[in-house]
Design a protein around this ligand. Structure first.
Ligand code: SAH
Ligand code: SF4
Length: 362
């Protein structure tokens, strides 16, 4: 084998699997059969159960499985919570090294969406975010990112047989553009039409504003949706909530967004509304100024209270929204859906690790 073992078979892209099989003298004909078994089948088959033609089955039996060169990423569900309306299922998953991450399946407005994590913890330290409060633990591998989508797809089929998972948001734990290579490798597998087949335009990559990553995404031919978490209309206002604004200042971030716009793609801006910090109509007016000339859609998110931040959710969302709409920007005020399942990023993990007493607002 050319790979450094042990490694997850889900870390390998289609081309790499092709090279592995070619190296083992197996015809290219079998590559698609293996790829389909890994990604096309809604319920992941046990590869060792003899469903393949002999040359491929021999290779699988020798190479794939626990204790063999290629293992499968199959995270264990440690905890599952369902929202009271039954439309959100949130999973706390344990990885092979014992670290835990969150994956959420949401079924609203006829759309099925998985929200997945890209890191364990996060290095960006946004003050209101439970994941940021946890600090950075490690990056996820492509296989760990992909296996969350497989799990969400299975979870959807359990509650709604025959339904397709068509939407994906990288808004779980972690900063996707801080783990750029692994995220892009995972998305290549996730978007492959012969595999999981989620369209790039149905995948939102949400970033705190990692400028070099935004510039790289502008070069990306696949039309992923970009969401930028802004939260402040001046450098000072933003820096108070988002410490990495010190590294990538607001002016530089907006320049990167303007550059991204030359691709002709819209940018979604995320704005967590914190009472008295960034929720006034004056702030909204400044935001309108910042967005001038950008094809922007603004998503307002009421703050979900977390243990490590004493801010409170804003009640001024509608007035803020009106200012943006009057200026011609589409603007949605997100419902606090699923708050009863600790829906905020990183919150379930925090509750399980520290006990519910550490969690405010629930
Ligand atoms: N790191 C990326 C993606 C994960 S966070 C990013 O920051 O964009 C996804 C979204 O959830 C971000 O817009 C973030 O600001 C928001 N968020 C995190 N914690 C929150 C909280 N406690 N209340 C409301 N929104 C929160
Ligand atoms: Fe990281 Fe996003 Fe949380 Fe900020 S909001 S700490 S970037 S996960």
């Amino acid at each position: 084998m050319s790979i450094v073992a042990p490694r997850s078979i889900h870390d390998l892209g289609l081309a790499e699997i092709g090279r592995e099989l070619a190296g083992a003298g197996i015809s290219v004909f079998h590559v698609k059969a293996l790829w389909r078994a890994l990604y096309r089948e809604p319920v992941v088959p046990r590869l060792a159960e003899g469903g393949f033609l002999p040359p491929l089955q021999r290779w699988v039996d020798q190479v794939v499985g626990e204790g063999k060169p290629l293992f499968r990423d199959e995270p264990e569900v440690v905890e599952e919570l369902r929202s009271s309306d039954g439309l959100t299922r949130k999973f706390l998953l344990r990885l092979r090294d014992g670290q835990t991450i969150e994956t959420v399946l949401m079924r609203y407005d006829g759309r099925n969406t998985a929200c997945i994590s890209t890191q364990v913890g996060c290095a960006m330290g946004c003050v209101f975010c439970a994941t940021g409060q946890m600090g950075f633990r490690r990056h996820l591998r492509p296989g760990e990112i992909i296996s969350q989508v497989l799990l969400a797809r299975r979870a959807l089929l359990e509650v709604q047989p025959g339904q397709k998972l068509r939407n994906l948001v990288l808004m779980g734990m972690g900063e996707p553009l801080h783990n750029f290579e692994a995220v892009m490798a995972a998305l290549e597998t996730i978007t492959d039409p012969a595999g999981i087949g989620i369209g790039p335009s149905k995948i939102s990559i949400s970033t705190v504003g990692v400028v070099p990553g935004i510039l790289r995404l502008a070069e990306e031919p696949r039309p992923y949706r970009l969401a930028v978490s802004l939260h402040g209309s001046t450098q000072q206002e933003r820096h108070a909530l988002v410490p990495v604004a010190g590294k990538w200042p607001l002016a530089e971030l907006m320049d990167a967004c303007r550059h991204y716009c030359t691709t002709g793609r819209r940018i979604f801006f995320e704005w967590t509304l914190v009472a008295g910090k960034n929720d006034s109509v004056e702030v909204a007016g400044r935001l309108v100024g910042l967005l001038h000339g950008i094809d922007a859609h603004v998503n307002l998110i009421p703050l979900n209270p977390t243990a490590g931040f004493d801010g409170t959710a804003s009640r001024a969302g509608h007035a803020f929204q009106q200012v943006l709409r009057a200026a011609g920007f589409p603007c949605t005020l997100r419902q606090r859906r699923g708050i009863d399942v600790a829906a905020g990023c990183g919150q379930l993990q925090t509750v399980v690790e520290k006990g519910p007493g550490q969690q405010r607002g629930h």
